[in-house]
Design a binder for this molecule. Structure first.
Ligand code: GUN
Ligand code: ZN
Length: 464
């Protein structure tokens, strides 16, 4: 009897200039962050990947082990390789309403967003929407996300199903909303609980999928539904919780009217046990000092959504103040309130929001937040956010510059960097500010290529 050998684990080599962020640089100026070991720059390196994970990271000049000689090589020499970005708050169905004119949050929801979300009751719409949305994330350099679908169970199901086929780390759960929403977008406590438990049992912990108890925001849930959501968090260890909080001043006033007994907007969630280390709360612009103390005590995070806050005119988030108070902060696109799925564009907007408050956001801080920072806040530091053996091979290759203006600016930054090795930040900051999805060459998730820039597709593969 002959034994059939197990098929070898798929292998892959990636070549390029590696940039990742092992420590939080905070709001320190670039040289201090670099000296503190927050920035790791490894030009001309090789990443060896096996079975979806990074096996080795070494200078490209290191001799290749003999049994790797025939392994496919993705040759991105001269280009940046970063860990894939983590978008901690984004709405799948809102690609239909991104860039809608002229309203603040509550009008925007009623005028554009709710009508678009109603269509997701149709399984075909949910499936096509999940496919379009996840492909769009990958084409913008995002490899992990915390996602709002719609109130319909099928919309969460479609996201889980598509993400699990790509082996993508995804956090989602059907949206809970049982009041103050139009027909076709309301659930009820009993059915919603049943749907959530079923989704948890079938998806949470399977194929990099994680369930989030997803309260849309306080106004669209009855007190009974919020209690049920808190019970789900208590009864199912390891699930996440996602919602919106203190985004817009009219919204904050409305919550105070709806919940007169609550100490604050955040307290509406806290008193039902929704705030914990796995809670991701979008915005938090108008939280008070006591709220921040509650966030810190629980290790909950704010998903700061810069392009959305500017576009909807919601306000300027005090990132440095929040962190000084011990609150964890991650970065998010919040599409369709946000105007781009590109985390780089959102970093550019975050820089401007801080500049208006007299604070300078470095590229190191922004890039750390969207990679290793978010991974740590989500409790996924062992899996995501760094280019290191053992981590999943969720990686993106980026060109330094596209277009005449970008290329010109990059050349100037390179000349400065060649004079002074400490000037890498100048180049990286210009890249962060000017680059977007047009700079993306390839996206790998668990070592599988999920996006390739069209012009590169034929020439990408070389043999070792
Ligand atoms: N608050 C409640 N729902 C939403 C939403 O869909 N987008 C944003 N930005 N805020 C919300
Ligand atoms: Zn949102």
């Amino acid at each position: 009897m002959s034994l059939t050998p197990a098929s070898p684990a798929p292998r892959l080599i990636v070549l390029g200039d590696l940039l990742d962020f092992p420590k939080d640089p905070g709001f320190a100026p670039p040289p201090e962050a670099e000296q503190a070991g927050a920035v790791r720059w490894r030009p001309d390196h090789r990443i060896r990947i096996e079975a979806g994970r990074i096996l080795a990271v070494e200078p490209a000049s290191t001799p290749l082990p003999a049994d790797w000689a025939q392994v496919p090589v993705h040759d991105h020499r001269g280009q940046l390789i970063l860990p894939g970005f983590i978008d901690t708050h984004v709405h799948c169905p809102q690609l239909d309403v991104i860039a809608s004119f002229g309203t603040e949050l509550l009008d925007w929801l009623n005028t554009y967003t709710f009508p678009a979300e109603r269509r997701y009751v149709d399984p075909a719409v949910s499936q096509a929407g999940a496919e379009r949305f996840l492909n769009a994330l990958w084409a913008h350099g995002t490899t992990s996300a915390v996602v709002f679908p719609t109130v319909h169970k099928v919309s969460a199901e479609a996201l889980f199903e598509r993400a699990s086929r790509a082996r993508m780390r995804l956090v989602t759960g059907k949206v809970l909303m049982d009041r103050h929403a139009p027909d076709g977008l309301r659930d009820d406590v009993t059915q919603a609980e049943h749907d959530c438990v079923d989704l948890i049992q079938r998806w949470h912990g399977r194929d990099r999928q994680a369930f989030a108890v997803t309260v849309r925001f306080a106004p669209t849930s009855t007190p009974e539904q919020l209690q049920m959501a808190g019970a789900l968090c208590r009864d199912h260890a390891g699930v996440y919780m996602q919602t919106h909080v203190a985004e817009n001043r009219d919204e904050v006033k409305w919550v105070a009217e709806l919940f007169p007994d609550a100490r604050s907007y955040l307290d509406v969630y806290d008193r039902d046990g929704l705030i914990g280390p796995r809670a991701v709360l979008a915005h938090g612009i108008w939280l008070n000092d006591e709220d921040r103390a509650v966030m810190r005590a629980h290790g909950a995070q704010i998903a700061h959504s810069p392009s959305s806050n500017l576009f909807l005119g919601s306000g300027l988030f005090d990132w440095r103040g929040a962190e000084a108070d011990g609150v964890r902060v991650s970065l998010a696109s919040d599409v369709g309130g946000g105007t781009s799925l590109s985390m780089l564009r959102n970093m550019g907007d975050a820089y401007k929001i801080q500049a208006l408050q007299g604070v300078r956001l470095t590229a190191w801080k922004a890039l750390h937040t969207a990679t290793a920072g978010a991974a740590a806040h989500l409790g996924l530091a062992d899996e995501l956010g760094l280019i290191e053996p053992g981590r999943m091979a969720d990686l993106c290759a980026w060109s330094w510059a596209e277009g005449d203006v970008g290329r010109h600016r990059d050349q100037i930054a390179q000349q400065a960097a060649s004079l002074d090795a400490g000037r890498l930040h100048e180049r990286a900051f210009a890249w962060m500010t000017l680059a977007d999805e047009r700079n993306l060459r390839e996206t790998l998730i668990a070592g599988g290529s999920v996006f390739r820039a069209p012009a590169l597709a034929p020439s990408l593969l070389a043999s070792a």
